[in-house]
Design a protein around this ligand. Structure first.
Ligand SMILES: [Zn+2]
Ligand SMILES: [Zn+2]
Length: 446
C-alpha cells in the first residue's frame, strides 16, 4: 500500500504554485524519507522540495527536459541527504497521466536514479488541473519494479488527496451536495485504520463506511463478550466469542461489498506497526493510555494524521465529569503528550513485561474497575470526531485540535456540551514530538 505524504503543507504549496504558475511545462522534486517498504510499494514522507527554474529547462519541438546541471544538483542533494526522489512535472490539461514521451524516459531515469541513490525509491508524477498521478520505482532482483502510489496526500489544516478518483455514485447523492464531489472523492480514496473495535471503534467503523470510506484496516485483539452487547454496535447476540474485527468487517462488507477490509491484532508496546504507517488516517478507539501513547508516537514519527477518541469519567476534576475527549494529532501540532492527556503510570505499566504487570496487579496497581461505557456517550464522541474528520477532508474548515464532550454540563444551564479547544501550541521539549518538528516550518524552495 504505497503512499506519498506531504506532512508540511508548505512543501506541496511550493510545488503546486510553481507547476501551476506557467503554461509551459515545469518541474519540481520532492526529497523523501522511506517510512516502510512493503510488498505493495514504498511509503514515503516528503522532507523537502526543490524547484527547477525555467532557466534550467531545455525546450525543443519534442518537449522539455531538465538541464544536466540542475539534475545533478537535485541528485546530489538526495545522495547527501540519503533521501529518495520524486519528480513532478506539469501538463496543461487533465486528467494527469504520463505521455508517450514521458513513458520513454521513465525507466532509464528510474534505473539511473535508484542506482545513484543506493536503491532508495524514485518516483515520477504528473500534475494537471490540481490533480496528480504518481508512480514509484524501486530495484527488485536486478530489475526495476513499478507501481502507482495508492495515495498522494497533503496533511495540514486542510487535508488533500491529490490522486482522488471520482466517486459520484447514487448512494452518495444526498450527501455530495454537502460534502462536495471532491470531498466525496477524497473519502473514497482513503485508507483508514480504526484501532479498537469496541464501544467507540464500532461506531467509528460504521459511520466511516456509510460516509464512503472503502479501504479499512481494523486492529483489535478481543472477541465479543456478553458485557459488550450494551455498546458494540457492530455486534449481535449471535456474535458472542467472535473477534471484534470480524464482526466489524462483516458489517462493512454488508453495506459495501466493494470495500477492502484488512484485520489485524491490536497495537503492541514495541511493535513497529508498518501497517499503520501506510494508512492515510488513524482513528484511535482504544480504552487504555498505553496503546494511546504508542499510537501517538507512531503517528508523530510518520506524520500520519491521528484522531484519538476517549470516553469515561474524569475523576481528576471536582466534581468528576462524565464525558469524552476527541484529540487531533496533526503533523506540526500538539501531540497527546504535549497536552498531558495520558496517565504516565498507566502508560508505564503497559510497557512492562507481562510478568511484571502481573506482579503489579498482585500489589494492587492497575486493578481498578474499568470506566463505565455506554452507547450514547460513545456515539456522541464518535459522531463529533467524525464531523471534524469530514469537515477537514472535504476542506470546509480546519478541524478543532480538541473537543471536550461533557454530559453533566453547567448547573446553571443543564445540557450536554461539546466544546472545541483551539490551543495549537506544542509543549517545548515534549519527549514524543519536539525532536520531530523544527520550531519553524522550513523549506528550501525558492
Ligand atoms: Zn509529461
Ligand atoms: Zn508532543
Amino acid at each position: 500500500m504505497s503512499t506519498l505524504r506531504f506532512t508540511d503543507p508548505a512543501h506541496w504549496d511550493a510545488v503546486e504554485n510553481h507547476l501551476a504558475d506557467a503554461p509551459a511545462e515545469r518541474f519540481a522534486f520532492a526529497l523523501t524519507r522511506t517510512l516502510t517498504d512493503g510488498a505493495d510499494g514504498p511509503v514515503l514522507q516528503v522532507e523537502d522540495v526543490e524547484l527547477v527554474h525555467d532557466g534550467e529547462v531545455e525546450r525543443d519541438r519534442t518537449g522539455s527536459t531538465i538541464a544536466d546541471a540542475a539534475l545533478d544538483r537535485v541528485h546530489n542533494r538526495a545522495v547527501t541527504g540519503q533521501q529518495g526522489l520524486v519528480e513532478f512535472h506539469s501538463h496543461g490539461h487533465g486528467p494527469p497521466g504520463f505521455s508517450r514521451t514521458d513513458e520513454a524516459a521513465l525507466y532509464p531515469m528510474a534505473k539511473y536514479v535508484v542506482d545513484l541513490l543506493d536503491g532508495r525509491p524514485y518516483g515520477a508524477a504528473v500534475w494537471a488541473e490540481g490533480a496528480v498521478h504518481a508512480d514509484w520505482f524501486r530495484p527488485v532482483d536486478g530489475t526495476i519494479q513499478r507501481g502507482a502510489f495508492r495515495s498522494v496526500t497533503v496533511v495540514g489544516d486542510r487535508f488533500r488527496l491529490l490522486n482522488a478518483r471520482n466517486a459520484d455514485e447514487v448512494r452518495f447523492s444526498r450527501q455530495i451536495p454537502m460534502l462536495t464531489r471532491a470531498g466525496q472523492a477524497a473519502l473514497r480514496g482513503l485508507r483508514v485504520a480504526v484501532v479498537g473495535g469496541g464501544g467507540t471503534g464500532s461506531h467509528a467503523i460504521i459511520l466511516l463506511a456509510y460516509l464512503g470510506i472503502r479501504d479499512f484496516l481494523l486492529l483489535d485483539d478481543d472477541v465479543i463478550e456478553t458485557s459488550n452487547l450494551n455498546r458494540v454496535v457492530t455486534a449481535e447476540l449471535a456474535d458472542i466469542d467472535a473477534p471484534k474485527t470480524l464482526v466489524a468487517k462483516r458489517r462493512i462488507l454488508a453495506l459495501d461489498p466493494d470495500a477492502t477490509v484488512q484485520t489485524m491484532p491490536g497495537v503492541t508496546p514495541f511493535g513497529d506497526h508498518p501497517e499503520l504507517l501506510e494508512v492515510d488516517l488513524i482513528v484511535g478507539c482504544v480504552d487504555h493510555d498505553g496503546p494511546r501513547h504508542r499510537l501517538n508516537e507512531l503517528a508523530v514519527d510518520a506524520g500520519v494524521p491521528y484522531i484519538d477518541i476517549g470516553t469515561g469519567v474524569d475523576a481528576n476534576i471536582d466534581p468528576p465529569i462524565t464525558g469524552a475527549r476527541v484529540a487531533f494529532v496533526l503533523s506540526g501540532g500538539p501531540c497527546l503528550s504535549c497536552t498531558d492527556e495520558l496517565d504516565a503510570a498507566e502508560v508505564a505499566r503497559w510497557y512492562k513485561p507481562a510478568e511484571q504487570q502481573n506482579l503489579d496487579r498482585a500489589h494492587g496497581y492497575g486493578t481498578g474497575e474499568p470506566d463505565p461505557s455506554v452507547v450514547h456517550l460513545n456515539g456522541l464522541a464518535v459522531n463529533a470526531a467524525v464531523a471534524e474528520i469530514v469537515t477537514w477532508i472535504t476542506g470546509a474548515r480546519p478541524p478543532a485540535p480538541r473537543l471536550d464532550i461533557d454530559l453533566d454540563g453547567d448547573p446553571a444551564l443543564p445540557g450536554t456540551r461539546i466544546t472545541p479547544s483551539c490551543d495549537t501550541t506544542r509543549r517545548p521539549g515534549c519527549v514524543v514530538c519536539s525532536w520531530r518538528y523544527p520550531s519553524e516550518p522550513s523549506t528550501s524552495a525558492a
